[in-house]
Design a protein around this ligand. Sequence first.
Ligand code: PLP
Length: 356
Amino acid sequence: MKKHNFYAGPSILPEFTIKNTAEAVTNFAGTGLSVMEVSHRSKEFVAVMDEAQALFKELLNIPEGYEVLFLGGGASTQFCMVPFNLMKKKAAYLNTGSWAAKAQKEGKHFGEVVEVASSKDANYNYIPKDYKVPADADYFHITTNNTIYGTEIKEDLEVGVPLVADMSSDIFSRPIDVSKYALIYGGAQKNLAPAGVTFVIVKKDLLGKVDRDIPTMLDYRTHIDKGSMFNTPPVLPVYAALQTLIWLKEQGGVEGMHKKNIEKAGLLYDEIDRNKLFKGTVASKEDRSLMNVCFVMNEEYAELEKEFFEFASERGMIGIKGHRSVGGFRASTYNALPLESVKALVETMQEFEKKH
Ligand SMILES: *Cc1c(COP(=O)(O)O)cnc(C)c1O
């Protein structure tokens, strides 16, 4: 039976990425060696790193003055690396979910943290819009896509202070204007590559402004100076990331992806709204994520939750269990998820409705 992979992360990757990476595990770039056993300073791997950085810049149309880094430590290490490098005295945070809250918590090690707004009281089921960012904040931190709660900030905000965004789960899903951001970061394991590599896009002229000493490995300038080769980079995830970037370009880049993502998520949200058994968890439609579609059983049918889960599993739907803090279901519709998988899930929901 065909499996439909709706996991939230690590999550589905393009077949192209899996196939080419598997090939490179046994024979990398015609060397007869595995990509796992060659020096990261070999000319073959240096070419991979260079091409990955160049394609990253090309696909996101990254302007001059920005650098793309591939680091270890996950998005969670960026929660502290960002304030370490950018916070002089004070930073503002928008609390839209548990990842956003974790980022905010780390900021407190480095100075004053202002939470400009929070949707925590409503279990993060909306994106706050009415807030003021203090003009003297060193930066404003947002989480564009809230993977757990299925909400997303889909436009590039302008708030008058440097904007920092965690884009772990929606990078490359839609066009963004990088010039509106000071720094963008994310773990690769949602929309780009296997776990183990973290991307950072950073505007260089914002660095070097803080007084504190920064440990070498946590200083962005170290990695800029050495082209993400100061220490051994996560070679296999970087190789896989390059494959995904090549695939993305073939798919029409982020514009092409965006169209497909609107279609996929739209199909699923339409069914959730139509089907009498289900309802979405996000309060207003404009905040609905294109990447993580969260839904629950309607109250009258609450007792059918377990049955639907089994019904869907029998039809090859994998990874649709909602995060424990939301419950119900979450279908992640990342770039690599084919439209066919969304159609299969919609049909499953329709069959289940007929059964009841
Ligand atoms: C998954 C996720 C993280 C955590 O990433 P790690 O690489 O596991 O540290 C942070 N932010 C968001 C939005 C995520 O989806």
